[in-house]
Design a protein. Structure first.
Length: 233
């Protein structure tokens, strides 16, 4: 599954593109905080099984935030966000919520799945497949499956939970422990907690790419700000 660092890397790329000269250290922190927020649902796992990718990853979360920003902006002169932070603040807020949706939740939706409409509808969904053109078969897509539904039960918070950093599991590549708590070879069973950083080459590439783009964008913003201050003087 994508790590939190990968989510943040993608979010900073999106923010740097959408905010332009308004992308600075403060807006980067706001976008980062919004993108990290969904993954905090892992802390609820000890008291609510299946909370990870449910409580913080429901699509209702960004939908409610977008609706709240829209409602506040419609208030005109009484709009709280515009009054306190101006037009720039509203734009940063919209981009931050957009990154929460597009950089935090959607990547998990396509890799492993999320409980998309929790708590109104307790079911994990995964959007995965292929789209290509074949000289033999023509256009082929497997994202939308129109075949009869399978008989196997759907994944819910009651029967399914993602492995998180809170879970200690048998070390990858080591034989399953026997009933006495040791491996088949008589050696004590090793366990590990995984803190994912980048589990595929593509996700690993996103990290330095985002760091480079973010650094360049911040440098350009500071340079433009400094030049503007010099002109005013």
């Amino acid at each position: 599954m994508p790590s939190t660092l990968v989510h943040v890397a993608l979010a900073l790329l999106i923010a740097a593109a959408l905010l332009g000269e308004e992308f600075d250290g403060r807006s980067a922190l706001v976008v980062t905080a919004a993108t990290v927020l969904p993954d905090l649902d892992v802390a609820l796992e000890p008291i609510l099984s299946g909370a990870h990718r449910s409580v913080g990853h429901t699509l209702l979360f960004p939908a409610a935030l977008f609706a709240l920003l829209w409602w506040d902006d419609r208030r005109g002169a009484d709009a709280i966000v515009r009054q306190r932070y101006g037009n720039r603040g509203l734009r940063v807020a919209v981009v931050a919520v957009g990154c929460l949706f597009g950089a935090a939740i959607v990547p998990d939706l396509v890799v492993g799945g999320v409980n998309a409409f929790y708590p109104l509808h307790d079911t994990f969904y995964t959007v995965d497949g292929r789209l290509f053109y074949s000289t033999d078969r023509g256009w082929v897509q497997t994202f939308v499956d129109l075949s009869p539904p399978e008989t196997e039960s759907r994944r819910t918070t009651e029967n399914f939970a993602f492995r998180t950093v809170l879970d200690a599991e048998p070390t990858l590549g080591v034989e399953t422990a026997s009933g006495d708590g040791s491996s088949g070879s008589g050696q004590p069973q090793r366990v590990e907690r995984i803190f994912p950083v980048a589990m595929t080459g593509f996700r690993a590439w996103l990290l330095p790419l985002s760091a480079f783009v973010t650094a360049v964008r911040l440098w350009q913003t500071r340079r433009a700000t400094g030049a503007g201050a010099g002109v005013e003087e």
